[in-house]
Design a protein around this ligand. Structure first.
Ligand SMILES: CC(C)(COP(=O)(O)OP(=O)(O)OC[C@H]1O[C@@H](n2cnc3c(N)ncnc32)[C@H](O)[C@@H]1OP(=O)(O)O)[C@@H](O)C(=O)NCCC(=O)NCCS
Length: 183
């Protein structure tokens, strides 16, 4: 039976990242679009704890994405209206372990894209026998809800999660973490 949660908003389409449409440095144009809305900030209705101190730069995009070309799974959501990127989900993997990240255009929150992008990206990683790790702030109600709705339950609570406490220099940063293993 079709599940309400997995219905794509009719004005969007999801595809794997297009590595063929690149700029002169080999950076996919999709990533440059992702950069634009990433720089709008990660504020959502209930969650504005993590804000980047600086805007993400072209150099960072190039370094992160091109270095990981062979070991990323990325799905991109496009608006059907103008073809612009409105969200992306990525698993960066090292061997048989990978970290999941998602980002959405703030104007496209709450339409079900989060759940669809998360599902597609994680499913693809599991198919490739990769154990997927998802971390999110305990205050990120949206992401927690997405994970619960996908049947992964409540993640394990980790106090003062190092990567974030160090990266964003927060005093405290508790996360929920899910480790999703392939069958
Ligand atoms: C977290 C995120 C991916 C959720 O995506 P989304 O498309 O807005 O969420 P969906 O529309 O798929 O919603 C799925 C469920 O989560 C709930 N939800 C979404 N955002 C919520 C919020 N801020 N507070 C409470 N519930 C929320 C929805 O109500 C929905 O449940 P429903 O079907 O019962 O209505 C999105 O907010 C986002 O990209 N945030 C910024 C980046 C980020 O936080 N990334 C995660 C870091 S791991």
């Amino acid at each position: 039976m079709a599940n309400k949660l997995h219905i794509m908003p009719s004005n969007c389409v999801i595809r794997k990242i297009n590595w063929k449409n690149c700029d002169k440095n080999g950076v996919p144009r999709d990533f440059l679009d992702i950069k634009k809305f990433f720089n709008k900030g990660l504020k959502t209705k209930s969650f504005d704890l993590v804000r980047r101190r600086n805007k993400i730069t072209y150099f960072e995009i190039k370094k992160i994405w091109l270095n990981s070309k062979s070991n990323t799974i990325t799905y991109v959501a496009y608006s059907k209206k103008d073809g612009h990127v409105v969200g992306s989900g990525t698993v960066f993997s090292e061997g048989y372990k990978g970290e999941f990240h998602i980002t959405l255009d703030p104007e496209h929150l709450g339409k079900g894209l989060g759940i669809i992008i998360t599902k597609k990206t994680i499913d693809e990683a599991l198919k490739r026998k990769i154990t997927v790790i998802v971390d999110t702030s305990i205050e990120n109600k949206g992401m927690i809800s997405v994970m619960k709705k996908l049947g992964y339950g409540h993640g394990k609570r980790i106090k003062n999660y190092d990567p974030y406490v160090n990266n964003i220099k927060a005093k405290t940063f508790d996360v929920y973490q899910w480790r999703i293993k392939p069958k």
